[in-house]
Design a protein around this ligand. Structure first.
Ligand SMILES: C[S@@+](CC[C@H](N)C(=O)[O-])C[C@H]1O[C@@H](n2cnc3c(N)ncnc32)[C@H](O)[C@@H]1O
Length: 277
């Protein structure tokens, strides 16, 4: 980005989770403080950049799976982040041109960039909402304009829940959103977790998260164990292959690119369906 001014009077000297992640993905929507922060994290946790890419590749496979195999044509992408390559509407529309997508984020810069990108895109909407306050999403007037919650929806919460530090608030937020979905809806989650000590990467991952926190970034970065992440799908049917490392979730090239093989398992991801009861 040539100038160091941001939309909405945002203080760009404070590193920001969306923009640091954009640095990991070689994006251009970031500022000097974000780039310095990304460099510091990569210095202690070198797999971070490749993991971010593996997460985006998981996103592409999941959206394609949901659109093709699960028959979903409505997507709610919460904590959508800055627009990058293979955004949800692009992946979904490649196979379902009629797909409708609501992007939600709480970050001013993300919202400005997403709105600029999507201004000419039909059947997409950018909504300001905070996952920590699910009603801000569910009751947003724009949501009802773009998605029909009386029909199945796929809710994506990728690489966002670990920005919230409190387990109970995360559980409550996910439960509230799950409850708002009709049977046939799906929930996809990716979330950081402490790698197995045997991987030799646990210390690096913890140092990466500590470095991130010490930088005074805008949100937290909280590892959660498998049982806590699995519990977020309570009451839904976790689809094969279950809760796995990013590169192990349906690594089918027909669904999209796969990367992250051989990386330490710092993420868990999975997809579940709300069944008819
Ligand atoms: C690491 S990015 C993930 C982007 C994208 N979901 C992905 O997986 O590639 C995390 C995003 O979540 C957003 N975020 C963090 N906490 C949030 C909250 N409580 N409500 C809504 N968005 C949030 C951040 O602003 C950021 O854009």
């Amino acid at each position: 980005m040539a100038s160091e001014t941001a939309p909405g009077g945002v203080d760009v000297t404070i590193p920001n989770v969306a923009r640091i992640y954009d640095c990991f993905l070689d994006g251009k929507d970031n500022y000097a403080a974000d780039r310095a922060a990304a460099d510091k994290i990569i210095a202690v946790a070198p797999a971070t950049r490749a993991t971010a890419l593996a997460n985006r590749h998981f996103l592409a496979r999941v959206v394609r799976f949901l659109a093709v195999e699960a028959g979903i044509d409505q997507f709610l992408d919460i904590g959508c982040g800055l627009p990058t390559q293979q955004n949800v509407h692009e992946v979904a529309r490649a196979v379902r041109p009629d797909a409708r997508v609501a992007y939600v984020d709480k970050d001013t810069v993300v919202l400005a960039h997403a709105r600029a990108l999507l201004a000419t895109q039909p059947r997409t909407m950018v909504i300001e909402g905070d996952l920590d306050d699910p009603e801000s999403i569910l009751l947003a007037p724009e949501l009802a304009e773009i998605l029909d919650l009386d029909r199945p929806v796929a809710v994506l919460m990728l690489s966002v829940l670990h920005c919230m530090p409190d387990d109970d608030r995360v559980r409550g937020a996910v439960r509230r959103l799950r409850d708002a979905l009709v049977p046939g809806s799906h929930l996809a989650i990716s979330h950081i977790t402490r790698p197995d000590p045997a991987s030799g990467y646990r210390q690096a991952a913890e140092e990466g998260a500590r470095t991130y926190r010490d930088l005074g970034a805008d949100t937290g970065m909280t590892f959660r164990d498998r049982d806590v992440v699995a519990g977020l799908f309570d009451g839904m049917e976790l689809l094969s292959p279950g809760l796995v490392n990013l590169s192990d979730w349906r690594p089918d090239p027909a669904l999209g690119p796969v990367s992250g093989q051989g990386l330490p398992a710092t993420y868990l991801c999975g997809v579940a369906r709300k069944d008819v009861r």
